[in-house]
Write a protein that binds this ligand. Structure first.
Ligand code: NAP
Length: 358
């Protein structure tokens, strides 16, 4: 397994001139044609609360593929993350090469991993500046490559689980129905909820049943043969990591007095892309209200999950990794100059995460 930069020597960088250049994969146009170019850039000094990381590995997640096709452009432009050309990528794992003046938690040479918010200066690069609070110390026994595939997916999954009303304290004995259970978020959610004592009913294709069982699913539903709407109204919580089309049907599977539902596949960004800010937001509010009205009696939680590098979620990720639960299968490893192949792997839904090794 390639573990580039694992032989990193911190003395090589201490006191070195930080204006030397880095390389990054520039995504050229939001046209889905996979137009990428390698660019060189001048590395900046970290702001007081930032660290610079020499990236050893960075995942290509489904969101990167969609952003490369222009998805979310209007909303993300509001935070400077929608204007092309841009560098994609949220996840990073690597070594600290420079530390901002107010950072006390990391030193040059530390092995770190984490996720940064959506930006135009993503992690598909040799070096990236991130806020120190968005980085975690990598355990010495974990390779950086496998850690790079985790943070964005884990944090989003954790926010969804919490959004549906599930916590470590209340999860034991709860029945959770999960759509998209064999994917990255689904695998991590099944592992975490099983460890918390919940029973997970996994909706997936039969070819993915083994993956779901290994993650801890207690029951399996074949999504090619059993429509979600035919399932019983008996679940304490429902999670949608698969498709917006089934969101109402999943809500219908909640029992009266259940905890709630969260979806990561809601149409908000798409609505704003298609209809503009005002009409897109109004349509999203109306779609959300329609589903809130459909919640069974006594169910309070209904959440459209959006990734953000939440501190509590990162703390949970660190524990999850320490307990040895945290890894996702890596399906493809590519250098930056072959980024198009990594994006293609993710776009086609091939097994395992794709990671870029700068
Ligand atoms: N809102 C946010 O901030 C946010 C953040 C992270 C992820 N997401 C989204 O959340 C979703 C899950 O992420 P992920 O990383 O877990 O993706 P993933 O690894 O691609 O997994 C998605 C899973 O859903 C299944 N699926 C997709 N469409 C389906 C359908 N129509 N019927 C049945 N199963 C279906 C897939 O099964 P097959 O492979 O068998 O089709 C796969 O197992 C993605 O759509 C991603 O873009 C949103």
């Amino acid at each position: 397994m390639p573990t580039i930069r694992e032989n990193f020597n911190s003395s090589q960088l201490e006191g070195s001139d930080m204006t030397i250049s880095g390389t990054a994969v520039l995504c050229l146009e939001p046209d889905g044609s996979g137009g990428f170019r390698i660019k060189e850039f001048s590395r900046r000094k970290p702001a007081p609360d930032e660290i610079e990381v020499a990236v050893a590995a960075a995942a290509v997640n489904p969101i990167d593929v969609r952003r490369a096709q222009g998805y979310g452009r209007k909303l993300l432009s509001a935070i400077g993350a929608g204007k092309f050309p841009l560098v994609l990528g949220n996840d990073f794992a690597g070594h600290v090469t420079s530390v901002g003046s107010k950072v006390t938690t990391f030193n040059i040479g530390d092995r770190v991993y984490g996720a940064k918010p959506p930006s135009a200066e993503g992690t598909h690069a040799s070096h990236v500046l991130v806020k120190a609070i968005h980085a975690l110390r990598a355990p010495p026994d974990r390779d950086l490559e496998s850690l790079a595939a985790l943070p964005y997916s884990f944090v989003t999954m954790w926010l969804a689980v919490r959004g549906a009303g599930l916590t470590r304290e209340n999860a034991a004995g709860k029945n959770v129905l999960m759509h998209g259970a064999a994917g990255g978020l689904g695998t991590l959610a099944t592992r975490m909820l099983s460890a918390w004592g919940a029973g997970v009913t996994a909706i997936a294709r039969p070819s993915s049943f083994d993956t779901c069982r290994q993650a801890g699913a207690t029951d399996l539903v074949d999504c090619t043969a059993t429509p979600v709407r035919s399932l019983s109204r008996s679940f304490d919580a429902t999670l949608n990591f698969a498709t917006w089309e089934d969101d109402l049907a999943l809500i219908d599977c909640l029992r009266d007095g259940g905890l709630g539902h969260a979806t990561t596949v809601h149409p908000m960004l798409n609505n704003i892309d298609r209809l503009g800010w005002l009409r897109g937001v109004l349509k999203s509010i109306s779609e959300k209200r329609r589903r809130q009205r459909a919640l069974p009696k006594g169910v309070r939680n209904y959440v459209w999950t959006m990734f953000k590098p939440d501190t509590a979620a990162l703390v949970s990720l660190a524990e999850f990794v320490k307990q040895g639960n945290g890894s996702l299968r890596i399906g493809l490893r590519k250098p930056l100059k072959e980024a198009a192949e990594a994006f293609d792997h993710t776009r086609k839904g091939k097994p395992g995460r794709a990671v870029l090794l700068p």
